[in-house]
Design a protein around this ligand. Structure first.
Ligand code: AQP
Length: 335
């Protein structure tokens, strides 16, 4: 007799809104790969979220496929993880609409991402950008996820998801499992190399602040050499007073496994030049095998297609089970 303990379930995703960055890797994908053995994992390319900001269609397709190849190259084995494209499982849009009707206008206006993105896209403050959190709640709740691995910036969206689920469960009984955010201790917020007070983002206009996962080594090294520091000339962790240096220390700590104290000792009495070069080298070495593998996988279109098709099929099975339950609870007539 099989007596397997039910594994906890994980759902997460990244928007194919640009080339993946070091932030996407350290804040998300790297941690996902470490979870595959212990959890039942669902990872998506969140293309539906991506169109809240205007995209070039061919680029969106390219980013989606590259992202899938990168997921696999980073160690997300499609045999052990369900890898799928969000728009291939229409239940996301269907539950998203239902949850829109259980999400309050006031709640959505408090979301920092909405405020940030509407400031950045003042000519396109669309309804989708505003209701992004209820679609994200649908993504998570469809799979009855226990945990949602996200960078620190997405914590607020997991919290509103819990609020929406609690409200819905309060009316209809225990339909949704309440998910918890799962935030890495180091790497949760990789900041821009040129303006370390803002997050490193795929869609950042300032290319020098952003290190891309598939970028050429010489460009990566150049960007780290130019990274903003301070006039203190001392490698010391102090997020408030030394945001640039602290960001570089965080990156170096994840790539080498050294603690902040060890890094401070290693670079004591040495200039920032040495330190920045070392951080750059460590990132290049970390990304080298991932870049080679991503480029190799990208040449095999048939394989990528088989992965996302199988992923959508597996995801849909779980998603529709939840959606059917929701439809029944709210009073929709069964088809
Ligand atoms: N700089 C970052 N540091 C740590 N984690 C990060 N994440 C993104 N950037 C960083 C984490 O990656 C996951 C996917 O995020 P997303 O791409 O779906 O949305 P985002 O947070 O809006 O990412 P970007 O790069 O900033 O995209 P754009 O520029 O399109 O808005 C999330 O878990 C996020 O925390």
């Amino acid at each position: 007799m099989e007596n397997e303990v039910q594994k906890k379930r994980i759902l997460s995703g990244i928007q194919p809104s640009g080339d993946l960055t070091l932030g996407s890797y350290l804040g998300a994908i790297k941690n996902w790969a470490a979870l595959s053995n212990d959890y039942d994992c669902y990872y998506m390319m969140a293309d539906m979220h991506t169109i809240t900001v205007r995209q070039v269609p061919a680029e969106l397709r390219r980013h989606t496929m590259t992202q899938l190849a990168a997921y696999i190259a980073c160690g997300l084995n499609p045999e052990k993880n369900v890898l799928f494209i969000q728009s291939h499982v229409p239940a996301h849009a269907q539950l998203g609409w239902v949850l829109d009707c259980y999400t309050m206008f006031g709640e959505l206006t408090r979301m920092t991402q909405f405020k940030d993105k509407s400031a950045k896209n003042a000519d396109n403050i669309n309804a989708g950008l505003f209701t992004y959190p209820s679609l994200m709640a649908a993504d998570i709740l469809l799979y009855q996820a226990d945990l949602v691995p996200v960078g620190g910036d997405q914590k607020q969206h997991v919290e509103i998801c819990r609020d929406i689920a609690t409200r819905f469960n309060g009316i209809y009984g225990d339909v949704f499992k309440l998910p918890d955010p799962y935030i890495p201790k180091v790497g949760a917020r990789v900041m821009s190399l040129t303006s370390p007070e803002s997050k490193m983002s795929k869609s950042d206009k300032d290319q020098n602040g952003c290190v891309y996962m598939l970028e050429k080594p010489e460009d990566i090294l150049r960007k780290f050499k130019k990274a903003v520091t301070d006039s203190d000339a001392c490698v010391r962790y102090d997020l408030a007073a030394k945001p640039g240096v602290s960001n570089l220390m965080q990156i170096y700590s994840v790539t080498t496994g050294e603690s902040f104290e060890e890094i401070e000792r290693e670079f004591a009495g040495r200039g920032y030049g040495d330190f920045k070069a070392a951080v750059g080298e460590s990132v290049v070495e970390m990304l080298r095998p991932i870049q080679e593998e991503t480029n190799r996988i990208l040449t095999d279109k048939a394989y990528l297609q088989s992965v996302y098709r199988a992923g959508a099929e597996q995801a849909a099975k779980v998603a529709y089970k939840t959606l059917n339950k929701v439809y029944k609870k709210i009073g929709f007539v069964e088809r």
